[in-house]
Write a new protein. Structure first.
Length: 84
């Protein structure tokens, strides 16, 4: 029993959407491990674009993290000096 033309169009459309989503996910989101791979540059570009779109500034975040670590280290040294 053959399927109707409408059902065939729906099946083809669904297949196209699922295939496109799978390709997009494979290119931009799958973690292929710590080593460089063929998609590394593309994934870095995509993540930078997403960060820019969301207003995330990685340099500022790194500076904040470094200052917190330095404050934590200096606070630890002060508490050690107070114990003596």
């Amino acid at each position: 029993m053959p399927i109707s033309e409408k059902a065939q169009r729906a099946w083809k459309s669904g297949t196209a959407v699922i295939t496109a989503w799978t390709a997009w996910y494979g290119l931009f989101h799958i973690d292929y491990g710590p080593h460089e791979h063929v998609f590394s540059g593309l994934q870095r570009w995509y993540r930078r674009k997403i960060d820019d779109m969301l207003g995330i500034n990685l340099d500022a975040a790194r500076q904040i993290e470094n200052s917190k670590q330095q404050q934590g280290a200096s606070g630890l040294q002060q508490s050690e000096n107070e114990k003596r």
